[in-house]
Design a protein around this ligand. Structure first.
Ligand SMILES: Cc1cc2nc3c(=O)[nH]c(=O)nc-3n(C[C@H](O)[C@H](O)[C@H](O)COP(=O)(O)OP(=O)(O)OC[C@H]3O[C@@H](n4cnc5c(N)ncnc54)[C@H](O)[C@@H]3O)c2cc1C
Length: 499
């Protein structure tokens, strides 16, 4: 079969990006997507006049001046789209009334923190100075594979050597412990409440926020995905929906095509899976080509815990409220069997396309366990009751600080890890694949996990299950780098076209 023809499994951002760069480079690509829509996790859904957004909080590369923006131009993602850059990443209110604004402008953040906690001046100055320094770096788009690439990458990083030495092995909890002020200590502890979340991840995020390169595109997640899909089809790409791949066809240890659940078979010279990694390896390939290193990774590594998302449509203007608010609670609440000492509430009042005039979409997200919901789902009544309970708990917690909120709620929507699994096939309902830790952070700088499986030819993997840390830019970069790699294998120059 002609190696120029490529089958791509999955029409999420990684699959669409692979298709777009494939089309730009003379490959004939066809995407098979099990859902009826493009975008995978990057999606939204309508409920009685409201649009519940399921993804983008911040998009790295949203600033047209930044290097990372180039990829979104190539993917046709942000053309004529208005970007909102928030003044504060998050606002935290303590039980004693103290308020912390995590201002995205680093000078304002430094001033604010110094006022709140002069006792921590040295930590604050060092922290903000580091963000300023890192903020000049774009998200790395090119995979520093091979000695040449690695040396080039190392040179680019040289001015940051001190930062990596100091913060490279530190996690967010260790950083929080540096604050003597109890409130700031608590704030930083709750901010990235994941074990071993790398400080570098936090510093980069704030650096990108500071240079207004991590904004929100008006319209939200589904229109963002649909623009990329449009770009793909305009470049001649073909996409089949309602097309769930059941098996990757292999002959003589070469991937030669796919079989869909409806029995139809399609053939191509190469197969790229941009779908869930676990299902690809264990179901679509029947576990025949397991890489021991990857297997160990699946056994030992932590995923981003799945989420239970409570989205509300409220007949209330929330413009006077911070866009993301964390409130420390006097009395913990229980959601999905876990006690929570704080609640994080986000509203989308800044995007008028998501709700009718004067009304707002409000959302609260909580980490949760896949098995908890899987077990509940054995009894549909209990499962539904738990969803209802989660929504009621959230509404009543918000009503305590926004009196009358409860009666303004018009629409309630609760998504669990099983919802994520059902619509996108992601393992354990994870929303971003492998959780970033101080241990695997270096992998995401050096091109992720292996993108092939041992003994299987003409087969490749892209997306959040081969790039620890996940995220939209990473998914796009993953597809871009894959086609670059195929161009190299085929002895041709990699080409891109901006939109
Ligand atoms: C609540 C939430 C908030 C987020 N916030 C942000 C954010 O602010 N910024 C950011 O950068 N990222 C964010 N992310 C993460 C980001 O959405 C993901 O990391 C990224 O979209 C992953 O893209 P992907 O293409 O690798 O995977 P996916 O989106 O999972 O795409 C895989 C695709 O494959 C399809 N598929 C699976 N199995 C099959 C099969 N057998 N046959 C055919 N098709 C199949 C699926 O339907 C899906 O469309 C968020 C995610 C969530 C859920």
């Amino acid at each position: 079969m002609n190696k120029n023809s490529i089958i791509i499994i999955g029409g999420g951002i990684a699959g669409l990006a692979t298709g777009i760069y494939g089309q730009m480079n003379g490959y004939k690509t066809t995407i098979f997507e099990m859902h009826t829509l493009p975008g995978g996790l990057c999606t939204s859904w309508k409920r009685k006049g409201y649009t519940m957004d399921g993804c983008i909080h911040w998009l790295v590369g949203s600033n047209p001046e930044s290097g990372s923006h180039i990829m979104w131009e190539e993917l046709g993602a942000l053309k004529d789209v208005e970007i909102v850059n928030h003044e504060a990443f998050v606002t935290v209110e303590n039980t004693d009334g103290r308020v912390f604004h995590m201002n995205t402008d680093i000078d304002r953040l430094e001033k604010h923190m110094l006022e709140l906690a002069p006792v921590d001046a040295a930590v604050i100055r060092d922290f903000c100075g580091t963000i300023r320094k890192l903020g000049s770096l774009d998200m790395p788009m090119d995979e520093p594979r091979g000695l040449g690439g690695k040396i080039k990458g190392a040179f680019a990083m040289l001015p940051m050597a001190g930062v990596f030495l100091k913060y490279g092995k530190m996690n967010a909890k260790q950083f929080a412990a540096r604050f003597k002020d109890p409130f700031l200590n608590k704030v930083w502890n709750s901010m990235f409440d994941m074990p071993d979340f790398p400080m570098m991840g936090l510093l980069y995020t704030l650096g990108w926020q500071n240079k207004k390169d991590a904004g929100y595109p008006i319209g939200g997640s589904l229109p963002f995905s649909q623009s990329i899909e449009k770009r793909y089809t305009e470049l001649g790409g073909e996409i089949h929906y309602n097309a769930k791949v059941e098996r990757i066809l292999v002959e003589d240890n070469h991937a030669v095509g796919i079989r869909l659940t409806d029995g139809r078979e399609f053939r191509a010279g190469r197969v790229i899976s941009a779908a869930d990694g676990f299902a690809t390896i264990n179901y679509m390939l029947g576990g025949r080509y397991r890489d021991p290193e990857l297997e160990e990774y699946y056994r030992k590594s932590e995923i981003f815990e799945p989420l239970v998302m409570v989205s509300l449509g409220v007949k209330r203007d929330m413009a006077d409220q911070p866009q993301t608010m964390v409130r420390m609670l006097d009395k913990p609440i229980t959601i999905a069997g876990k006690e929570r000492e704080y609640i994080q509430v986000k509203h989308y009042g800044y995007d008028p396309t998501l709700a009718p005039e004067g009304k707002t979409v409000v959302m609260a997200m909580f980490d949760t366990k896949y098995d908890y919901w899987k077990k509940l789902a054995e009894d549909p009544e209990r499962y539904d009751a738990e969803k209802k309970q989660a929504a009621l708990t959230v509404i009543s917690a918000i009503d305590k600080y926004l009196p009358g909120f409860e009666k303004d709620v018009e629409v309630v929507d609760v998504a669990t890890p099983l919802t994520t699994e059902r619509y996108t096939g992601n393992w354990q309902g994870s929303f971003e694949g492998w959780r970033l830790t101080t241990q695997n952070m270096s992998k995401s700088f050096t091109g992720g996990l292996a993108h092939t499986l041992p003994g299987l030819r003409n087969f490749y993997m892209v997306g959040q299950w081969v790039e620890p840390g996940g995220g939209l830019p990473t998914a796009g970069i993953s597809g871009r780098n894959m086609i670059k790699r195929l161009c190299k294998e085929d002895g041709k120059d990699f080409a891109t076209i901006r939109n």
